[in-house]
Ligand binder design. Structure first.
Ligand SMILES: [Zn+2]
Length: 214
């Protein structure tokens, strides 16, 4: 007998009776024609920062990559396992997305772990420790700011890590070439899960600002 947790089956029932019913034509069209999303989002795995919910996106609209801390590693063609780089390669080279948005969020556990130099590994593999060490230099700098509160340090590193990932995106030749040609644009955003506020990075200054909504 197939088995899934009851809440998932209940959710699926609602999906089939609700969203799928109203969007079944769109799903069929996407199945026939294939996907052609214009935007890739790099977001955190955190259950509270789902891009499809925040941007009210329908099927086929967003190509979403989620990892701990919404990080993009630097371009490293070394034959190792690079899941984030693989998703990026597919989005840029095959889907030819026009936008890539790196979206961080408040109260991020990955960022908190990066700030906690004394954190014990969760397992002998210490995968999170290794992954978050990508932003270790920034984390050390922010941690040294004794005039900042713990909350301020957390928010600062959440936003710095977005700028860091955007810089790493540009180390991928396919990204920098297409951006140079004006066919791909990169964006940063930060979502405050407690208030629902979305802060968007100003391209000129790098500051995060509230967008003006019509
Ligand atoms: Zn997170």
């Amino acid at each position: 007998m197939p088995h899934l947790p009851e809440h998932l089956l209940a959710g699926y029932r609602n999906f089939m009776n609700g969203r799928y019913l109203t969007e079944s034509g769109r799903y069929r069209e996407l199945a026939r024609e294939g996907q052609a999303p214009e935007t890739m989002i790099v977001a955190c795995c955190d259950s509270r920062s789902a891009p499809e919910a925040i941007f009210d996106a329908g099927p086929g609209e967003l190509f979403v990559l989620r990892n701990v801390g919404n990080l993009v590693p630097p371009y490293e063609p070394d034959g190792e396992f690079h899941s984030t780089s693989a998703a990026l390669e597919f989005a840029v080279q095959s889907l030819k997305v026009k936008n890539i948005v790196v979206m961080g969020h408040g109260r991020c556990g990955g960022i908190r772990a990066a700030l906690d130099a004394n954190a014990a590994p969760l397992s002998p593999g210490d995968f999170i420790g290794k992954w978050m060490s990508l932003i270790a230099p920034a984390a050390e700098t922010v941690s040294a700011s004794t005039f900042m509160t713990a909350t301020e340090r957390q928010t600062a590193l959440e936003r710095i890590s977005i700028r860091y990932s955007l810089a790493n995106l540009r180390t991928f030749p396919c990204v920098s070439i297409l951006e140079g040609k004006g066919r791909l644009s990169l964006h940063g955003a930060w979502f405050d899960i407690s208030t629902g506020e979305l802060w968007v990075m100003n391209k000129e200054t790098g500051d995060f600002e509230r967008p003006v909504l019509e």
